[in-house]
Design a binder for this molecule. Structure first.
Ligand code: 4AD
Ligand code: MG
Length: 575
């Protein structure tokens, strides 16, 4: 069984509402920092809100659908405030407000009213009869980009700033939030310290050269180019003239000194000389300015750059978090990472979030145990805390997503070596299984279709593949005694393929130094990292879970661009 997860505070609050319902329900229902009652605390009660009938509440939200009824005597509004997937039915009498501006989809309203039991036979357990409209944020239905009819997720990406108003993206946002909370809960419960690793770095963790460069050289070169157009550099004649002025002023100082002139007369001429020299220096400096990037020996001279060297956006916080693990033992980082790989797949983003624990005094087996416990905890957490949103996903996107969470939270993962994985794939090919990628043989990097075959077809559960050939893995992985493989592991899950990549780290100074060189990487940016092996080295292990991949796995959504609020991918970084 997966570990018990702790209930979310919102749910604890919802549970206690029942107890206080008889005393002062509305006060206890109110949002803590807003003068309204979240719709969740009304309709997500076990009684669907029926027990609150008769209570006066203020609610706010956006109209999902609105219509006038009974010859325009009333308007029915389905109101959603994002606190849960469900809507509250709100009824406004024409005597209370002008109904026309209230009904368009997307309108924002805040209203005061009384909760009432609806007529028997209706779906909702409670509805709100409005007494006063407090706020109205109007929408011109002819212009509003989100029509009542469902847009595809692909089309919604054209309105990324408004798509959080849709049921799907709102559900994904709540599931994403729950997974982030569950992540911190899991690691904090197990004694890990949360470490903030930098986003700007000078070392390529994966050594794959897929980094975005961080530089001010280009904007500086642009600025200089404009400046030189408006204010051209001095000519040789300008410099000569300035040199002449310096000479003249120098002569005057010399004459005054030899004539033993008054002290203040000398110092006045010395000041003039100083000004002339400064002017000359300025002109000489400007005359050296050349448009374009600063160069030295034909290469870009990064000593002029902001950080006085080449810098990049991090591809992983691992190297830095290792330095904290080698002092604080069990740590994790959770932040954005960046990869400039030009992949247009449904599994890759240029900016994605990664959860990276790092454990000192731990070997590959401990690492696998941690990864398995963490993923199972996440699944159980969603079942315990996000079932309403998961039911929505099951209904609209992936019938099997809840079943998948149940299976993963309760099933031990399969563990096979890379060599065994290749044997299984070879066997599958022999039995007629077709793969698009190059032929399967020992030494290849497993393609996504191979990974998915193993987890979806062969084992039908998560699979951990370990001990990969060292030539296809990063330099920091521990070289096994066979000298051919490294103590790496990938967790493969149905629907996604690779969810986690991790390894035991090479703790032997000579070996890791050699590995960096073997991979053709420069040693200098890794010198600080090698210090962790030079001084007080320790056996340690860690992994990285792609947070958006976890969301794909949980929700059943097909494209990774729909599970991050503002996706960045080749050709797209708007908003
Ligand atoms: O396997 P990766 O490259 O491992 C690392 O970065 C290690 N430094 C982690 C560690 O040991 N601390 O990436 C880890 C995970 C992958 O398994 C995948 O889930 C996800 O990050 N990932 C991506 N997710 C979205 N878009 C991309 N471009 C991704 N690249 C990797
Ligand atoms: Mg990987």
């Amino acid at each position: 069984m997966a570990e018990d997860s702790t209930a979310l505070p919102t749910q604890l609050a919802a549970a206690t509402l029942i107890d206080v319902a008889s005393s002062s329900p509305v006060e206890s229902l109110k949002a803590e920092f807003s003068d309204r009652v979240p719709i969740r605390s009304i309709i997500s009660r076990p009684d669907g809100g029926a027990g609150l009938a008769g209570q006066r509440v203020r609610v706010g939200g956006w109209v999902k659908t609105g219509r006038k009824a009974d010859k325009d005597a009333f308007a029915f509004l389905e109101l959603n405030d994002g606190s849960c997937p469900g809507n509250l039915q709100v009824i406004v009498d024409a005597a209370v407000a002008d109904l026309s501006p209230l009904v368009p989809t997307g309108t924002c309203v805040a209203v005061d009213g009384v909760l009432k039991l609806p007529p028997a036979g209706t779906r909702q357990k409670v509805e709100l009869r409005v007494e006063k409209v407090i706020h109205l944020g109007q929408v011109d239905p002819a212009k509003y980009p989100l029509p009542k009819t469902r847009l595809t997720l692909e089309r919604l990406r054209e309105h990324v700033h408004l798509r959080s108003r849709t049921n799907t993206i709102a559900a994904v946002a709540r599931i994403r939030n729950a997974l982030a909370y569950a992540t911190h809960t899991f690691f904090q419960k197990h004694g890990f310290l949360y470490v903030h690793t930098p986003i700007i770095t000078t070392s390529d963790c994966e050594g794959a050269g897929e980094m975005f460069q961080v530089t001010t050289l280009i904007s500086e070169a642009d600025r200089l180019e404009k400046d030189l157009i408006n204010n051209p550099p001095p000519s040789a004649a300008d410099i000569e003239a300035a040199q002449l002025v310096v000479k003249e002023k120098g002569d005057i100082v010399a004459q005054l000194k030899s004539a033993k002139a008054e002290k203040n007369e000398i110092s006045a001429s010395v000041s003039e000389l100083k000004i002339a020299k400064e002017n000359l220096a300025r002109l000489e400096e400007r005359s050296k300015l050349k448009p374009g990037l600063p160069k030295k020996d034909g290469k870009i001279d990064y000593t002029h750059d902001f950080f006085a060297r080449q810098a990049f956006l991090t591809v992983s916080g691992q190297l830095q978090v290792e330095s904290y693990a080698c002092a604080l033992s069990s740590v994790y980082t959770f932040g954005p990472t960046f990869r400039a790989e030009n992949s247009h797949t449904s599994r890759h983003l240029a900016e994605f979030w990664m959860v990276e624990p790092e454990i000192a005094f731990a070997e590959l087996k401990d690492d696998m145990n941690c990864a398995e416990a963490y993923v199972r905890f996440l699944c159980q957490w969603l079942l315990d805390n996000c079932l309403d949103d998961m039911e929505f996903m099951a209904d609209k996107f992936d019938k099997t997503c809840i079943e998948r969470l149940r299976m993963v939270s309760s099933t031990p993962f399969e563990r096979i070596s890379y060599t065994e994985a290749v044997e299984l794939l070879e066997e599958a090919v022999k039995n007629g299984q077709k793969f698009e990628n190059k032929s399967v043989k020992w030494g290849i990097d497993l393609a996504s279709e191979h990974e998915r075959y193993l987890t979806e077809v062969k084992f039908q559960k998560p699979v951990i593949v370990y001990n990969y050939p060292k030539d296809i893995k990063a330099f920091y992985m521990k070289v096994n005694d066979d000298c051919k493989t490294v103590a790496a592991m990938d967790v493969l899950v149905p629907k996604v393929g690779e969810l986690i990549g991790g390894s035991q780290r090479e703790e032997r100074y000579e070996v890791i130094q050699q590995r960096i060189q073997e991979m053709g990487l420069p040693l200098e940016p890794y010198e600080w990292y090698l210090d962790l092996r030079r001084y007080g080295t320790v056996k340690h292990s860690g992994f990285g879970l792609g947070f958006e991949r976890m969301l794909l796995f949980a929700t059943g959504i097909d494209n990774i661009r729909d599970v991050i609020p503002f996706p960045r991918y080749p050709g797209r970084a708007d908003l």
